[in-house]
Design a protein around this ligand. Sequence first.
Ligand SMILES: *Cc1c(COP(=O)(O)O)cnc(C)c1O
Length: 374
Amino acid sequence: MDKILVTRASMPPMEEYIEEIKDIWDSHWLTNMGCKHEELTSQLKEYLKVDYISLFSNGHMALELGLQALNLSGGEVITTPFTFASTTHAIVRNKLKPVFCDIREDDYTLDANKIEELVTDRTVAILPVHVYGNICQVEEIDRIAKKYGLKVVYDAAHAFGETYKGRGVGTLGDVSMFSFHATKVYNTIEGGGICYSDEDYGKKLFRLKNFGIRDEESVDGVGANAKMNEFSAAMGICNLRHVNEEIDHRKKVVERYRHNLSGVEGIRLNVIQSEVVSNYAYFPVFIDEQKFGATRNEVSEYLKRRNIFPRKYFYPLTNTFECYNGKFDVNTTPVALRVSKRILTLPLYADLDLNMVDQICDIITHIRKGEHNL
Ligand SMILES: *Cc1c(COP(=O)(O)O)cnc(C)c1O
């Protein structure tokens, strides 16, 4: 049996991509805001229902420079440890201090009820994550941000194309970051974007991704280089044509998983948020070892031996990373710690065969019944 990995990159038909990149051969324009870049920018703006989007070489640079463009020098940023390394690193690489807030037991997003007690006179921003595409408590976060004059930056890496109460999720907060990495619902091979509504902010952001160059003869910022190239943009144009169909396929996979696994004792499925049009980005299961009779790690190892490779997204928590040298106390985020030890993300991608979903679920339910030697 071939390996079944947690995800598999979406790709357009090869002929379609070749057709798209012919223009690049004609123009010899490979990067620096070429035609494909501009075309994708306007298509994504429309698809995501946002005022503006600036494209980047990857999601991380979008987040890091997106944060930098807010000029938040030297303050504290309230954030979640239950996320990918990128979120916390973006804060620390901006010489800001992450202050970790715990998450909610049900949807794994930042617990808005615990934010205010962490606000100090040094707090400058809140950086929540729409983890697994579960949308944060945005109204409550907004209220707190207004009360204390804080910026809100959403890591929306998992939330591509979702809407909340009919609004594009990229319009939530001051700015939102999407990742277009190969492993995400929508990809430009590598890539990312920052959505915003303030034009001045957009100008700052643009200079940061292009060496701080104002014009041919003046450089007025110490910028980086994080531009999206034309081949990535062309991939993005092709993938965007198919993304709705891909999301429909993902939905079928998720429905099959839910059908098979709902009611299995000791397994808790992801929440369904009524106000959200989901993109079906991930299928996390929470395994309560007391009721299930096996630990998350045992289930993970057992599946791997059967050539099925789920992932422990997100374990370990970012506030336990070696690179932070014990600076943070993981006991301040007990719910996140509990969840990170029990969560397992099962394989999910558009063309995952439904029979394979059944097999994966069979293995899991048999472990539950003790019919497998772990
Ligand atoms: C993927 C991801 C990122 C980083 O995006 P890249 O495009 O891989 O740089 C940031 N945050 C979260 C939560 C992610 O899953």
